[in-house]
Design a protein around this ligand. Structure first.
Ligand code: C6P
Length: 413
């Protein structure tokens, strides 16, 4: 039976998202692809529009009123993002375009300065390409070698492998906090303790965790955390890298240009302090300010309540999907071990066909390899279909998802 949601007034929340008020293909939109990018509430849209209408100006440059107002709002947003993840100081938060850029920043700046031939970088088989390719690129440049932690039959990390994979040559352990395909939530703190014991740093890809659960960098015990605004109600084009102050301070710049320098001479330059050192050029100002508004929005609802809401939907989705003939769900069965991104394969129906049938029913899901080709190779499936849930989703949308899948099954049988 569909659960009665108890965490907050989800219907009131839905009304705050203008995009959810529309019909798609003659059906009310059921948006089940927030894992790719979330929708934006009125509060965030208003904040962005207010910036462009009222005080659009470059930051850290002008001495005039508008520029000062923009600079103040931009830095205040940094403070909000820092508090949201429990950072010791706003200066530990670098605004980036997204998770991908944040991970490239660490790989290039920290990796470029610290990795030597034969050093080892430990990743996992469930990583998104954003947490694989930057490490491959820096490994090729520095002569470092990449290892992977394996997965068990339910898509959980095999922690026993740490005994052999973590060596005194391991300099970096980089892993997703939550898998975008399996939903698996990884025991970052435990892994970080093991990694630190061999002298490695721990880089966490928080793209799928920060939007969905309380995340505190002190409790996680990691050294870097990367995440994207657009997956947590903020606009696209803005994300963040949190790093421990002493590590950020010791890192050389990633990109060069305006704003990131102290003095530029003809043959050399000296660089600004952190975080400006890593924010070359004009940043996404309005988007960063609206990221602050998104953080306010989520905080007002409460991240614990958001997590519980998604878990209720997850449990219902696993139950209903689990009863569909020929459907195989990937990832842990135990809801305590996973978040609300549910990927599955339907026997005899290609994920793209399934997604197209669901679209006809107004249900938006993602189909493909979800930027995790090594994981899909490991699972031995070319592609999966994924439904991912957020604050505005309701049990009726799970019912519509299942009805659409049943329709596809009948069509392609
Ligand atoms: N995953 C998905 O549909 P960007 O594109 O930089 O904002 O996020 C990259 C990224 C990194 N790590 C994880 C775990 C992710 O899930 C993502 C984005 C989207 O699953 C788009 S491929």
């Amino acid at each position: 039976m569909a659960p009665t949601l108890t965490q907050f007034d989800v219907l009131a929340i839905r009304r705050e998202f203008p995009i959810l008020q529309q019909e798609v293909n003659g059906k009310p939109l059921a948006f089940l692809d927030s894992g790719a990018s979330s929708q934006k509430p009125r509060q965030v849209l208003d904040c962005l529009e207010d910036y462009y209408r009222r005080y659009n100006a470059n930051v850290h440059r002008g001495v005039y009123r508008l520029s000062e107002e923009a600079t103040f709002a931009y830095e205040r947003a940094r403070g909000k993002v820092a508090s949201f993840i429990g950072a010791a100081s706003p200066r530990e938060v670098v605004f980036t375009r997204n998770t991908t850029e944040a991970l490239n920043l660490v790989a290039n700046a920290w990796g470029g300065a610290n990795l030597r031939p034969g050093d080892r970088i430990l990743l996992t088989l469930m990583e998104h390409h954003s947490n694989i390719v930057p490490w491959q690129l820096i490994a090729r440049r520095t002569g470092a070698v990449i290892d992977y932690l394996g997965l068990d039959g339910e898509g959980r990390l095999v922690l026993d492998e740490l005994d052999t994979r973590l060596t005194d040559r391991t300099r970096v352990v980089a892993l997703a906090h939550q898998s975008n395909v399996l939903g698996t939530i990884n025991p970052v703190r435990q892994i970080a303790e093991r990694a630190h014991a061999v002298g490695a740093i721990v880089v966490v890809d928080g793209a799928q965790s920060v939007p969905h659960m309380p995340v505190n960098v002190q409790a996680l015990g990691c050294d870097f955390l990367a995440f994207s605004g657009h997956k947590m109600c903020a606009p696209t084009g803005i994300g963040a890298l949190w790093g421990r102050r002493e590590l950020l301070d010791a890192m050389p710049p990633f990109l060069g240009g305006g704003s990131m320098i102290k003095v530029v001479e003809l043959d050399q330059s000296s660089f600004a302090d952190v975080p400006a050192r890593f924010e070359a050029g004009t940043p996404a100002i309005g988007e960063a300010i609206a990221f602050g508004a998104a953080v306010d929005y989520l905080s007002a609802i409460g991240m614990e309540a958001i997590q519980r809401h998604e878990h209720e939907l997850l449990a219902y989705a696993l139950e209903r999907l689990g009863a569909v003939d020929g459907l195989t769900i990937v990832g842990p069965r135990d809801t305590r071990e996973r978040g609300a991104a549910v990927s599955f394969a339907l026997e005899g129906v290609h994920p793209h066909d399934l997604a197209a049938v669901l679209d006809g029913e107004g249900v938006a899901v993602r189909a493909g390899h979800h930027c995790t080709q090594p994981l899909h190779r490991h699972l031995d499936v070319p592609a999966t279909t994924r439904a991912s849930f957020y604050i505005y989703n309701i049990p009726e949308e799970v019912d519509r998802l299942v009805a659409g899948i049943e329709k596809a099954r009948r069509m392609f049988r």
